[in-house]
Design a protein around this ligand. Structure first.
Ligand code: FES
Ligand code: MG
Length: 590
């Protein structure tokens, strides 16, 4: 427990302010109307917000509507008062054109809610991909005591005795459909088998990744990220989370005490060991910038690349969420990493203890699912950071490079990690869907496929489209993956070894706008480079021509928010935040 002197609660400014009796009366009158008593509101009890992300529009997080009851009971038990309020919905699979747009919108809305209302602390109900970073970003900006509660993954999916993982099965089913092995009905049935209960994606997609990292950052009770949504343990930890936030308010334990540079470096290491999503660098950069912690994209390679893959979850491995929890979840992984000096053990966490105290000696309960450090699934399984004459920064998840891909593209005896071939370029996802199976597009097994116009400005919010499947005619010949490079994102549930999050994007003046189908491209994974083999003079000439033609074209905004976000959003390598928002830090204290 942290030892801090008793202090005046922030909510007193609303409910117990003798200097402004007029406003105090008005505040009291309306919150009394909600059903609270004057005695409660003037009791000096901490007022705890429950930032509710569950709704009918957000099935992944919907179970939080149930869990919130247990959170309230925990808050009450510890002597607090609970006030639940909605967060702007973010459903990864339901939002058009992309849920990427909503992370920053939910962030903005939540900052206003927790700053502007009488709250002393807040429970962040995390889950589906962007809900976790959106809520952590807001908590970082406001800097009120905050604790995250994951909704937990769905139960394992099954089809004909095999585990079917959410998202991951879609990529497989698409290939089966393209190869004529299943029809439309079979496609839907196979995909739906992966989602047997309430909760978020049961694979190591962005949701499991970001909730694991919230725990690894110290923002969630230890051992709680991986508990499946329907398990009774999930109800219990909801109650514990409610109890704990009240104590955190008394201790004044804030996000800025927890979200230090060391905590982010721990999260990078854990991300490699769990086989986490390529969305993690974007979201961690965003959280770090809002809390004012130093973190660069290169930290992912420096601190994460050499870390082995220990967690055997789809898409990099075979198991799913229930197995991950039973095998020990995040603490078992952290304990393995700690034994090899890869974790900053002294960082503080929400339970008032350090990461080292929480995780030391936590055993692995099933070594098929979480491997001991000495027997990893993949050595050096972290991301590599690439650059070259097409972009300043991009990432690649090396843990998903499969044997077929390695043999086809990375087995030149003279130069084993390099590949050279002609580019085929798509301008946005619609162009790709329209032309991918057309033989006139000219894709062969030697092609590098490019996706541009898919970044935060080009496709507002940045689309998860860089992991493109090869044309059906190549899949039938046994080519299941081509090198893909682009300025968009990729779903965490995809096993594609794409080069993505390329920054700056074509729509922001990046050189990806200059590449043409037929140009030869060289990717060298040892050197960490991707270069188009076109002279600087030719590229300069193309840039002049593009500028004369009015610049890189992208679809018009469809909503006010699309237009507003496009005007201020940053690039993926620096978190794609609303640039300027990071100047507002720790605002609850000012
Ligand atoms: Fe919500 Fe995967 S779609 S967690
Ligand atoms: Mg996603």
């Amino acid at each position: 427990m942290t030892d801090k002197p008793a202090r005046t609660l922030r909510s007193r400014a609303w409910f117990d302010n003798p200097d402004n009796i007029d406003m105090t009366a008005l505040y009291l009158e309306r919150y009394l109307n909600f059903g609270l008593s004057l005695e409660e509101l003037r009791s000096g009890k901490p007022i705890i917000g429950i930032a509710q992300t569950g709704s009918d529009l957000s099935p992944c997080n919907r179970h939080h509507l149930v869990l919130a009851e247990r959170v309230r009971e925990g808050i009450r038990e510890a002597g607090g008062i609970a006030l639940e309020f909605p967060v702007h919905p973010i459903q990864e699979t339901g939002k058009r054109p992309t849920a990427g747009l909503d992370r920053n919108l939910a962030y903005l809305g939540l900052v206003e809610a927790i700053y502007g209302y009488p709250l002393d602390g807040v429970v962040l109900t995390t889950g589906c991909d962007k809900t976790t970073p959106a809520l952590l970003m807001a908590a970082a900006t406001v800097n009120l005591p905050a604790i995250a509660l994951s909704v937990g993954p769905m139960l394992n999916g099954w089809h004909k005795g095999e585990r079917t993982g959410s998202g991951t099965i879609v990529w497989q089913a698409r290939q089966m459909l393209a190869a004529g092995e299943i029809d439309d009905q079979g496609f839907i049935k196979l995909v739906a088998s992966s989602a047997p209960s309430t909760g978020y994606c049961n694979t190591m997609g962005t949701a499991t990744t970001m909730n694991s990292l919230a725990e690894a950052l110290g923002m969630m009770l230890p051992g709680s990220a991986a508990i499946p949504a329907p398990y009774r343990d999930r109800q219990e930890v909801a109650w514990r989370t409610g109890k704990r936030i009240v104590d955190m308010v008394h201790e004044d334990l804030k996000p800025s005490d927890i979200l230090t540079r060391e905590a982010f470096l721990n999260a990078i290491v854990v991300n490699s060991a769990i086989g986490g999503s390529t969305n993690a660098p974007i979201h961690l950069a965003a959280i770090a910038r809002h809390v004012g912690a130093e973190l660069a994209l290169d930290d992912w390679q420096t601190h994460g690349h050499k870390v082995p893959l220990l967690v055997n979850l789809q898409p990099a491995g075979e198991y799913l969420g229930e197995d991950y929890y039973r095998a020990g979840g995040v603490p078992a992984v952290v304990a393995q990493l700690m034994r090899h000096g890869l974790i900053y053990e002294g960082v503080m966490t929400v339970n008032g203890r350090t990461m080292g105290e929480n995780c030391r000696d936590v055993p692995i309960e099933d070594e098929r699912v979480i491997r001991p450090f000495e027997q990893p699934l993949v050595e050096e399984a972290g991301f590599i950071v690439l650059r070259g004459n097409l972009f300043d920064a991009a990432v690649m998840k090396t843990s998903v490079i499969g044997p077929e891909f390695r043999e086809r593209y990375l087995s030149n005896p003279d130069d084993p990690n390099a590949f050279e071939g002609p580019a085929v370029v798509f301008d946005g996802p619609e162009d790709y869907h329209h032309r991918i199976d057309d033989p006139a597009t000219g894709i062969t097994a030697d092609t590098l496929m490019f996706m541009r116009g898919a970044g935060p400005i080009g496709y507002p919010g940045a689309a998860e489209v860089v992991n493109m499947r090869p044309p059906a005619y190549l899949i039938r010949e046994g080519v299941h993956a081509l090198p893909c490079i682009g300025d968009g994102r990729q779903s965490g549930t995809s096993a594609s070894p794409s080069i993505l999050n390329a920054s700056p994007e074509a729509a922001a003046g990046g050189a990806l706008a200059l590449i043409r189908s037929g140009d030869r491209v060289r990717m060298d994974l040892n050197a960490g480079t991707v270069n188009v083999l076109v002279s600087d003079e030719e590229l300069a000439e193309r840039r002049r021509a593009l500028e004369e033609a009015g610049g890189f074209a992208y679809p018009a905004s469809q909503t006010p928010w699309q237009a507003m976000q496009r005007a201020v959003v940053g690039q993926l390598n620096t978190g794609a935040i609303l640039e300027g928002a990071e100047q507002f830090q720790r605002i609850a204290q000012t």
